[in-house]
Design a protein. Structure first.
Length: 570
């Protein structure tokens, strides 16, 4: 049958899970420079899968069930790591260990997050040389374009990865500044009365042919954009997935917004789940209000910025991709076969807002409103409650953890990574910070796979091999119950096997005083362009020269210094 005639699955239905297989989804939360930590997690995860399947090829005594990574959803920095996975997984690449020699340039995850993104590039002023050009971002975002182009060119020796689905679904959240208008008529109304609204929380879907030779078109939906390996650049689909990841990671104001062009028909695939009077849930299509977009053709354009502003933990997108919109992933340990793992470098909340109205001014109230909006967008109590339930095996979380460099007390979340200061921006300051976080991500993933990513041995997917006495070393016991790993570490049966070491805390690796000159130059260039058309340039120059510039520099310097000292980095 020609490929064009193969049936497409409806988004509300899901084919049965492969026999003897755990199907996985990864939900990669927004992380700013904490993306280096998530990149380290992924580097170890892919290495563990490689080593396990290679041992099976050698007929070694290792677990015999299968794993299939089917989807990666990402927000902000998570979308960048999703792009890296889409590009790199058809190829072999060396993994980075703490004691390794070399600079890591041949590992795309390490190269992108540790070596190439740095504050010295973000504070350059070459993007502000034209005084008549608009200011598109407070930081110089052109380095991100160069990094993205470099990522797309990555290739290596071909490597078969039967544990990666083809297509691998990549779903990136984005904030749609133009918005998509909808008009919902009132039921039973004889007139044309309707409620109009505009949606700004958006996402883009890609079906990446990873070249594994097991392409399943049944997993493609009408709003997926197919992206093929091998790459033949320049290619519109690869350009589209790169642009989507850059839009998703465009921190508002700080990094440049991105223009997105996609098929108008993508929006005709959207539905909402509506219960009837009996409680049965069905899918109801919601169609865009084309009357609000005169002249709308086959493509739709919008300005895209930070996906994390609307959905920073895209867990539900990954879950629905596995289960179908009306389906559910079995949760019990004896039945689970589809699992979503969230990688979140910052699972902890921000500080609480103001308590007394008479103690804040208008600027502080607006800042508090912004924080409230961001926190409310991340308020998902049902997902958190299920993730915390020890009887639920269909969802797991990997977050940073390490002992405090000061007193050995356990640290979790942003406090455990060098990128955690200044709202996640501190990682851009130093390669040593990002290297620490990358290596900590690897170590945390190793512990997660060994000690937490487990199912009861009574689960039918692992039951057969778990009953073999020769496999006992792969099992873990908790309160008298045996558990088997979803992704086994082949070194589990070798007491002398190498364990990833805890990386040294990078205190003193960065001198905040080194920021003053590039920050001053950047502020001066922003001022020069921003006041190019002001009439009274003399007064604004005097105010800037003798008051504003120095005050801003002092405020920024004090905040950076205090944040690094609080994090024990300086």
């Amino acid at each position: 049958m020609p490929e064009s005639e193969l049936p497409l699955s409806r988004p509300d239905t899901t084919p049965p899970c492969r026999s003897g297989t755990f199907e996985l989804g990864l939900a990669l939360a927004g992380a700013v420079s904490g993306g280096a930590y998530a990149a380290g997690v992924l580097d170890f995860l892919y290495e563990a899968l490689e080593r396990w399947y290679a041992a099976r090829e050698r007929k070694e005594a290792v677990p015999t069930h299968d794993v299939l990574l089917r989807t990666i959803s990402g927000a902000s920095a998570g979308s960048v790591n999703g792009l890296l996975s889409a590009v790199a997984l058809p190829y072999a690449f060396p993994h980075v260990h703490g004691a390794d020699e070399g600079d890591g340039s041949d590992n795309p995850f390490y190269d992108t997050w540790v070596r190439r993104i740095d504050i010295r590039w973000l504070l350059r002023t070459d993007d502000l040389t034209d005084p008549d050009a608009p200011i598109v971002s407070l930081l110089d975002s052109r380095c991100l374009d160069r990094i993205g182009e470099h990522v797309l060119r990555f290739e290596g020796p071909a490597l078969s990865r039967p544990y990666i689905a083809s297509p691998l679904k990549c779903i990136f959240t984005v904030t749609n500044l133009r918005g998509m208008p909808y008009r919902v008529p009132f039921a039973g109304s004889k007139s044309q009365q309707a409620h109009s609204m505009v949606a700004h929380a958006d996402y883009l879907r890609f079906a990446v042919d990873t070249g594994q030779g097991n392409y399943e078109r049944t997993w493609e939906y009408p709003d997926d954009l197919r992206v093929d390996h091998p790459k033949h650049l320049p290619d519109r689909s690869w350009t589209a997935i790169l642009r989507a990841s850059l839009a998703s990671s465009a921190f508002p104001g700080g990094l440049r917004y991105r223009g997105i062009e996609r098929r108008w028909s993508d929006y005709t695939q959207r539905s909402v789940m509506v219960p009837d009077i009996t409680g049965k849930v069905s899918m109801v299509p919601i169609l865009p209000d084309a009357s609000r977009l005169p002249g709308q053709g086959a493509t739709y354009r919008f300005v895209g910025v930070d996906g994390g502003a609307m959905d920073n933990e895209p867990f539900e997108l990954a879950r629905v991709e596995l289960a179908g919109a009306l389906g559910r992933n079995p949760r019990g340990g004896d039945e689970v076969n589809r699992i979503v793992v969230m990688i979140d470098p910052f699972p902890e909340p921000d500080d609480l807002g103001p308590e007394n109205a008479d103690e804040i001014n208008v600027v502080e109230s607006m800042a508090a409103l912004f924080t409230s909006w961001k926190q409310q967008a991340r308020f998902k109590p049902q997902e958190v409650a299920l993730a915390m339930d020890e009887t639920v095996y269909s969802r797991f979380l990997i977050a940073p953890t390490r002992p405090s460099p000061r007193d050995g007390a356990p640290l979790v979340g942003g406090k455990a990574i060098a990128s955690g200061a200044l709202g996640g921006f501190s990682g851009f300051f130093s390669e040593a910070y990002r290297r620490h976080d990358f290596l900590l991500g690897r170590r945390n993933c190793q512990r997660f796979l060994s000690e937490h990513f487990l199912v009861p041995v009574t689960n039918p997917i692992v039951k057969a091999w778990a009953a073999d006495p020769a496999m006992r070393c792969f099992l873990r016991e908790r309160d008298g119950t045996l558990f088997a790993p979803v992704i086994p570490l082949i070194e589990a049966c070798d007491p002398a096997a190498r364990q990833d070491a805890l990386p040294a805390w990078p205190k003193g690796a960065f001198d905040p005083e080194s920021l003053r000159k590039p920050l001053r130059d950047r502020l001066q260039a922003l001022y020069r362009v921003g006041t190019n058309k002001w009439k009274d340039k003399l007064l604004t120059w005097l105010a800037w020269r003798f008051y504003a510039r120095g005050k801003l520099l002092d405020i920024a310097s004090r905040r950076v210094d205090r944040a690094l000292r609080d994090a024990d980095l300086w």
